[in-house]
Design a protein around this ligand. Structure first.
Ligand code: HEC
Length: 154
């Protein structure tokens, strides 16, 4: 390595470290707002929702230590913000009938397709990987709650 290249590498590394340090000071909202009204579900179903979905779809997020380290914190926070926006079990009973029905159908679809919980989450949370029996319990729950198509006029 020429001396000039060595210098470049050294300065680049210093720059990256500086940016990482500065990044830690950008505030990230890791708040858990009060639970307005929790989702009602049989204990077995609730336990599955809590361990596999609640970190992103409720106000009871368990923020891990690495959610305090930028840039990971931005990525995790984005999941929680987006997840709560789409589906929030901590506000569930406040949704009207049509909204609940739509959400049950969405959950059905996501579980059926194996899209939730996201794969990147399951890597760090092996307990959240749904067993067949757990997938089935969730599907049974959402399907019991759904209306017949014929009942609804959107
Ligand atoms: C790591 C965070 C995370 C976990 C854990 C998670 N989700 Fe999600 N979920 C998201 C994000 C982010 C979105 C919105 C963006 C998207 O659709 O990918 C979402 C969207 C959804 C949607 C709405 C899809 C739509 O298109 O409207 C449903 C339904 C859903 N998730 C169900 C679940 C269920 C059920 C579980 C548990 C078995 C779960 N999620 C676990 C992050 C998560």
């Amino acid at each position: 390595m020429t001396a000039r290249l060595g210098k470049l590498v050294k300065w680049s590394a210093a720059l990256v470290v500086t940016l990482l340090v500065v990044a830690q000071f950008i505030p990230v909202d890791r708040s858990n707002p009060p639970v307005q009204s929790d989702v009602q579900a049989p204990a077995e179903v609730k336990a599955i929702l809590v361990k596999a979905c609640f970190d992103c779809h409720s106000h009871e997020t368990r923020w891990p230590w690495y959610s305090r380290v930028a840039p990971l914190s931005w990525w995790i926070n984005g999941h929680v913000v987006e997840g709560r926006k789409d589906l929030n079990f901590s506000r569930w009973p406040t949704f009207d009938f049509v909204t609940q029905d739509l959400l049950l159908r969405e959950i059905d679809k996501q579980i059926e397709n194996g899209k939730m919980p996201p794969r990147s989450y399951a890597v760090g949370h092996p307990e959240a990987r749904l067993k067949d029996s757990e997938r089935q319990a969730l599907l049974d729950w959402v399907r019991t709650g759904q209306s017949d198509d014929s009942d609804l006029m959107y």
